[in-house]
Design a protein around this ligand. Structure first.
Ligand SMILES: O=c1ccn([C@@H]2O[C@H](COP(=O)(O)OP(=O)(O)O)[C@@H](O)[C@H]2O)c(=O)[nH]1
Ligand SMILES: O=C(O)[C@@H](COP(=O)(O)O)O[C@H]1O[C@H](CO)[C@@H](O)[C@H](O)[C@H]1O
Length: 317
């Protein structure tokens, strides 16, 4: 694939820094299209209701379906989400014929399968005080422009460190891994402000036609697949303001980075060792090591899965 430099006109045509759409305008722009909002949730009993509270008022017209895809929670996430007005699917309920795999990519893939909307909006469940305009703004380009299939949110990302809130500094894997790697390998995508952000929307046509990378590789996989198969002009981004969420410790982000790198390398045709990441943590005067596995197997495009399950059923018959 030829390396295409950044096209500045993309920033003029496909990047909204001051989105002005009103909910009423967006409802009018639906023109028969339906909208599903899907929240992936793993053990989010403390935050999922607060996120749903900012979206539920939109179900009177803009949002047709509000789903929480329970990613194998062991707390009260499902009960809390139902009480907050969401339709909750377990991974098994979303796709009964297939044993679930762990990870966020699996949750989102099954969220596409469980939902029915022509447009699907993904919102993380660990957000803190999300702006109620997150969903409308993500829908803006999809409902009012032609040819756009993926809309990424961007935002200022405070970093919550212990009791302190730093004005900037969130998106650590974005700044240290994803953005440098995209600049090196696919510079046209270096204009995407938040390539890993968990708030984005896509057409069902796109989301059923691409594979879903495992775990935390899902966002970078979807971005690269959309770019490779549909082109930069199918991608847009919208300013959502400020995004605060649970900031995981650096060790967790090391494992997240390993998975993201595995997906990026696969998407650009570089062979990954497949070796899990080992981290060395101080233990007294010495160090202890912790190793995580890395997953390399995508889930297939859902449009293809139907055929595979049908053929498997035929084989069993
Ligand atoms: O196996 C997983 C891991 C994460 N998540 C959800 O995906 C979102 C983002 O995950 P996380 O907060 O761990 O990532 P971060 O935002 O810290 O990068 C959250 O709503 C999680 O509950 C999930 O559904 N299944
Ligand atoms: O953007 C990032 O660097 C990471 C970590 O964010 P923080 O440093 O904890 O603010 O968070 C994102 O990455 C994950 C992997 O793509 C997504 O699943 C999350 O939704 C997103 O928050």
């Amino acid at each position: 694939m030829t390396i295409t430099p950044l096209r500045h006109d993309w920033m003029q045509t496909n990047s909204w820094t001051e989105p002005e759409w009103t909910v009423a305008e967006l409802v009018a722009a639906k023109r028969g299209r339906t909208v599903s909002v899907v929240l992936p949730a793993l053990n989010e009993e403390d935050s999922v209701a607060g996120v749903l509270d900012t979206i539920r008022p939109l179900t009177a017209g803009l949002v047709d379906e509000l789903i929480v895809l329970d990613s194998g929670s062991e707390d009260r996430t499902a009960d809390v989400a139902r009480a907050a007005g969401a339709t909750v699917f377990s991974r098994e309920e979303a796709l009964p014929d297939l044993d679930p795999l762990p990870g966020k990519g699996e949750a989102l893939w099954r969220g596409v399968a469980a939902s029915t909307g022509d447009i699907i909006v993904f919102i993380d469940s660990d957000l803190i005080e999300p702006d109620p305009m997150f969903v409308p703004r993500l829908l803006g380009p999809l409902l009012t422009s032609r040819g756009i299939h993926l809309v990424k949110g961007f935002y200022r990302r405070p970093l919550l460190d212990g009791g302190a809130e730093h004005f900037h500094g969130g998106g650590r894997v974005t700044e240290l891994v994803a953005r440098p790697m995209l600049t090196a390998l696919r510079p046209e995508l270096s204009a995407v402000f938040q390539p890993l952000g968990g708030e984005y929307a896509g057409t069902r046509e796109l989301l059923e036609s691409v594979p879903f990378a495992p775990g935390y590789g899902v966002e970078i996989g979807l971005l690269l697949d959309t770019y490779h198969q549909w082109g930069i002009d199918a991608i847009a981004q919208v300013n959502l303001g400020v995004r605060k969420h649970r900031n995981r410790p650096l060790t967790d982000l090391g494992f997240m980075s390993r998975q993201i790198l595995a997906t990026m390398l696969e998407r650009v045709g570089v062979t990954d060792s497949g070796v899990g990441l080992t981290q060395y943590l101080p233990a007294g005067e010495s160090f202890s090591s912790v190793t995580s596995t890395v997953a390399l197997q995508d889930r297939p495009p859902l449009v293809r899965l139907a055929h595979e399950l049908h053929d498997r059923g035929k084989m069993r018959a």
